[in-house]
Design a binder for this molecule. Structure first.
Ligand code: DXP
Length: 257
């Protein structure tokens, strides 16, 4: 199982906690997903029955690791301040670092991200940076002290699925020893399986589960395909070929009289 900052995790599915129709549905989705890590925004809008401190209490009661995030932060100072608040609220050094650079695409501001990651790592945080699939940015984040990377596969909430498989494949190849979690843009279980088949360590998703007609059932479906994708990667996936290859080898030629 994956190890993030020295902690072994029981599941390769990380689940977001936003936009569920009710706290009960969220709780059931977490249970059926088998997840060991949920992410929660410190700047979440009050919704779904439980608000503010009551919602954070619900998160703590889920009995899984909490990965607070800085969703909604558009500057380094905002993200650093939010991370410090998260450390107080959830008593954890883990932080999913988001520094958003673009209003429409919610694309990470990779310059601000590297700067904020360096500040937070210097203050003892274990930073999980939400980043693009750019290899140079990934290098800078590792130099800044990150030991886990979370590249997007598509814009947050878009459900588009992997938009650049070659870039994700390159990321896995260039950083074979770094835990890599695909974060954002997954729309359906087959998307999650596809990135796991590339050898990623885990997937973080929110919208595809919270927005499903039956979030708990969808969470269970994701859990199965993520495990299947991981198992397939380690079983050694056959590369596609240009030409047909007979699946039944024939020795000699049959002669019909
Ligand atoms: C909850 C959270 O952290 C999201 O910002 C995350 O990036 C998941 O994205 P999707 O909602 O697209 O799955």
């Amino acid at each position: 199982m994956p190890v993030f900052y020295g902690t072994e995790i029981r599941s390769r599915l990380l689940l977001g906690t936003a936009r569920y129709p009710s706290p009960e549905v969220l709780t059931e989705a977490v249970r059926r997903s088998g997840t060991d890590i949920v992410t929660v925004s410190l700047r979440r809008e009050a919704a779904g029955g439980r608000q503010g401190g009551a919602f954070f209490e619900l998160i703590r009661e889920l009995g899984v690791h909490v990965l607070p995030n800085t969703a909604g932060c558009h500057s380094v100072s905002e993200a650093v301040l939010t991370a410090k608040m998260a450390r107080e609220v959830f008593a954890t050094d883990w932080i999913k670092l988001e520094v958003i650079g673009h209003h429409d695409t919610l694309q990470p501001d990779v310059f601000g991200l590297v700067e904020a990651a360096g500040i937070l790592a210097g203050e003892g945080f274990n930073v999980f940076p939400y980043t693009t699939d750019d290899l140079v940015v990934a290098e800078r984040l590792l130099e800044a002290g990150c030991q886990v990377l979370m590249p997007w596969c598509a814009p947050i909430g878009s459900a588009m699925g992997p938009q650049n498989m070659p870039a994700l494949r390159a990321m896995r190849a260039h950083f074979p020893d770094v835990p890599l979690i695909v974060d954002a843009g997954i729309g359906r279980p087959s998307h999650a399986s596809a990135v796991m088949e590339l050898g990623f360590d885990a997937v973080l998703l929110n919208t595809a589960v919270a927005g499903a007609a039956d979030p708990a059932a969808m969470a269970a479906a994701f859990a199965k395909t993520i495990d299947a994708g991981h198992a397939a990667y380690h079983a050694g996936i056959l590369e596609p070929r240009d030409m047909a290859v007979p699946s039944t080898p024939i020795i000699g030629k049959a002669v019909f009289t």
